[in-house]
Design a protein around this ligand. Structure first.
Ligand code: ASP
Length: 437
């Protein structure tokens, strides 16, 4: 029998009605054996996610020790869900246990994790599945580092022989039982870890959108959906800001060669986006798969005659960035020129010291830093089969009157990155999108 792991995000768990929809999806296929849940998210745009309410609760406990008023709101939310679902469980006792734990542990991670814990208890009771606490199976070191090997072993052991289970996402525990969490959105990681450990045939990630889009809908009107995406394409798009899935959730499923299906709980008939190890032959006709981009970069330009014959030149420049602990994004070079793209968040406030040190280290003929750059990644395996992709992209930008400040083609030939002035960003994304429509 096939095994599917189904993870439901915050909106899919936001209230009783959403939970019933999610549970109906689980029940529709017996292969959906392991269910991972997020804490209840927003029910409407002005609403507050339970996880944020819990962080607020912790903040209150730190400020004046008494967090009862904040806890009451959380209690109301969960008690309401349990009552609406008519659950056969003692929700009050569950909430009291959580509150006692909060007084006992008083850690931000313990507080934050309780949304998933309670959500998991509710889903397990509603589905009639076994509840497996993430504290038993997602292992962290006492220093708070995630332990992949110990987690895999614990999951395999605990889930062997458990046919149907609900596991809360987002958190785990160390040897002494102290709770640790992943970064925000981390329930996606829990789902991926379970999928890998049980050798699932598919990891379904149920959310509130129909998967990935070919471009940002705030910039391009009604962009097409992406039906299939390779792990590598996903990495590129996710890195550049297409955030439907937590980027760290890719690694476990990729290691197991397990496809990920992004689905919409509120439109279950839509097939969503399928993320696979290798793309189908049929897709090789499409030149590009998607466009994503981010604002907030700077470019360090360095010019020096005969730079290319000076052994170790690039290393010396990079040693300056390393000295200031600054990461870089791209480094295209010419014969006598070198450009380094860095995120503003990395270099902000240190531009002049960095430039001074570059001056001293490599004595360039000219060096300057240009701010206000945005990067746009145009991604697709199809590019490597189609000559003229870069020409088409550059042509479209020229027609739109956008000056390309930097261009870099990834060595995998599935990614062309351009740097443009931030005021041209939206115009550039639209121009590229329409060129390949
Ligand atoms: N509830 C957590 C958050 O809001 C984790 C998750 O939903 O994946 O970040």
């Amino acid at each position: 029998m096939k095994i599917k792991v189904a993870k439901f995000g915050g909106t899919s768990m936001a209230d009783a009605q959403a939970i019933v929809r999610s549970a109906d999806i689980v029940k529709a296929e017996p292969a959906r054996r392991y269910v991972v849940v997020s804490a209840p998210g927003k029910r409407y745009s002005q609403d507050v996610k339970v996880t944020d309410m819990l962080y607020e609760c912790f903040h209150m406990s730190e400020m004046d020790g008494n967090f009862d008023p904040a806890f009451e709101k959380i209690k109301e939310r969960f008690a309401g869900i349990a009552a609406d679902l008519g659950l056969d469980m003692d929700m009050d006792a569950c909430l009291e246990e959580v509150k006692a734990g909060m007084y006992k542990y008083r850690s931000t991670e313990y507080f934050a994790s309780r949304g998933e814990y309670l959500s998991g208890r509710i889903m397990a009771a509603h589905l009639g599945f076994e509840f497996v606490d993430a504290a038993e199976v997602i292992v962290f070191t006492s220093g708070g580092e995630f332990d992949a090997a110990a987690t895999k072993a614990a999951l395999k052991k605990r889930l062997a022989g458990v046919k149907y289970a609900v596991v809360p996402g987002f958190y785990g525990a160390d040897e002494s039982g102290l709770i640790h969490t992943f970064s925000r959105g981390g329930s996606d990681i829990t789902g991926a870890l379970i999928a890998e450990a049980v050798g699932a045939d598919l990891y379904e990630n149920w959310t509130d959108v129909n998967g990935f889009l070919t471009a940002d809908p705030r910039i391009v009107d009604h962009p097409a959906g992406i039906q299939q995406l390779s792990y590598r394409e996903l990495r590129e798009l996710a890195y550049m800001g297409a955030n439907v899935l937590h980027p760290e959730s890719i690694f476990p499923v990729r290691a197991g060669g397990i496809p990920i299906n992004i689905r919409n709980t509120f439109e279950p008939e839509n097939k969503g986006t399928m993320i696979v190890p290798e793309i189908d032959e049929s897709r090789k006709g499409n030149t590009i798969t998607g466009i994503a981009g981010k604002k907030g970069y700077s470019i360090i330009y360095i010019e020096k005659s005969m730079m290319n014959s000076e052994i170790g030149f690039a290393r010396k420049v990079l040693s300056v960035l390393e000295y200031y602990n600054i990461g870089f994004e791209h480094m295209p070079s010419g014969i006598d020129t070198l450009s380094i793209v860095v995120a503003d968040s990395e270099i902000a406030g240190r531009e002049s010291v960095v430039m001074e040190r570059i001056q001293k280290t490599v004595a360039p003929d000219h060096a300057e830093i240009k701010n206000g750059i945005s990067l746009i990644a145009t991604v697709g395996h199809g590019m490597s089969f189609k000559p003229g992709t870069a020409a088409k992209l550059c042509g479209a930008l020229a027609v739109a009157g956008v000056n390309i400040r930097m261009i870099d083609q990834g060595s995998s030939e599935m990614n062309i990155i351009v740097g443009v002035a931030t005021e041209d960003y939206e115009k550039a994304v639209r121009a590229i999108y329409h060129a390949f429509e």
